[in-house]
Design a protein around this ligand. Structure first.
Ligand SMILES: [Mn+2]
Length: 319
């Protein structure tokens, strides 16, 4: 059996779309909300099964990867999240690159030599890769109007994956993947299913309109901190709002603290300055439930009493 395990965001979905267009087969899909990264723990497999894992940290899934490898399962692992030592195993094939100008969709595009690069571009826009990086990828051939359309699609597919649980999402990521997999070109998708495409766009715009009404709790030249309430739109919008702030203020680092009233904690999204992409992973990893990449990282459960400690470390990091 083939099992495809992928992050439910645009980067995960677009990496898998490219791979399955190039190598179609019947697969079992395992995915979740963007922050649900311990996806390998959900996998039950037996000797001879093949698993593809896309866009979730191998460091965070290390134990389950070893469990499956020891069972005689073959794993193909493609990712760009922080890992110190990549494990070696005869059944494990990895394509891992932690450069901040790389994402999983771009690694897949390279692997497939640009065959379905348009979906690679969509995934890369979802992960907030720069225009310079995207224009340099293998196979690239788009005019500015097409590029703009793919950007909007990437942002909206990515946006759909944000929420505390799949119940917060407008469309479950596995369902969205299956719908998109009918279109080898994203332009066909946008032209062919205007209803679903428009739905993705309007969901995004409605939540962004709510977010832009919130002003910063603290800001100076180097950092800005926002706090969001515990509502469905806020649970969906926080990461993307952080990306937008990063684009708008490229010399400033941003943190969004989203309240979780259930356990009196915050979910934190951090973006390092776009013009100096470093430190977000280190900052977040200094808290027990934190992790991510140099440019974008987060903390799942920041206790309310750790709020000022976090803000202090955040300011110190980027001052
Ligand atoms: Mn990614």
């Amino acid at each position: 059996m083939q099992i495809d395990v992928f992050n439910g965001d645009a980067d995960g979905i677009c990496a898998l779309l490219q791979l399955r267009f190039a190598h179609p087969c019947k697969t079992q899909l395992i995915t979740g909300v963007k922050r649900d990264i311990n996806l390998l723990s959900k996998v039950q497999a037996t000797k001879g099964d093949k698993i593809t894992v896309l866009d979730i940290s191998l460091a965070k899934n290390h134990q389950d990867a070893i469990r499956l490898l020891e069972q005689g399962v073959d794993i193909f692992y493609v990712d760009h999240h922080l890992i110190k030592i990549i494990p070696k195993h005869p059944n494990l094939k990895t394509l891992i690159n932690m450069d901040s100008n790389v994402c999983t969709s771009l690694l897949m595009n390279q692997f497939l030599q640009g065959e379905f690069y348009q979906w690679g571009v969509v995934g890369a826009f979802g992960d907030n890769m720069s225009l310079t990086v995207i224009k340099a990828i293998e196979g690239f051939c788009l005019n500015d109007r097409e590029l703009k359309a793919l950007k909007q699609l990437g942002v909206c597919i990515n946006y759909n994956a944000y929420g505390r649980s799949v119940e917060d999402l407008h469309i479950a990521p596995d369902v969205l993947y299956q719908k998109l997999s009918a279109y080898k070109s994203p332009f066909e998708f946008m032209a062919d299913t205007p209803k679903l495409y428009q739905q993705l766009v309007s969901n995004y715009e409605a939540d962004m309109a709510c977010a832009t009404k919130i002003s910063a709790n603290y800001d100076d030249d180097t950092v800005a901190v926002y706090e969001f309430p515990d509502t469905m739109w806020a649970r969906r919008v926080n990461g993307v709002f952080a990306n937008n702030l990063a684009n708008q203020f490229p010399d400033r680092a941003h943190a969004i603290l989203s309240l979780n009233t259930e356990d009196n904690s915050y979910q934190v999204s951090v973006r390092s300055p776009l013009n100096n992409k470093w430190g977000a992973d280190e900052l977040c990893s200094s808290f027990s439930t934190g992790g991510g990449r140099k440019s974008a990282a987060g903390i799942n459960y920041l206790k309310k009493e750790e709020r000022s400690l976090f803000i202090q470390r955040f300011k110190d990091k980027y001052r």
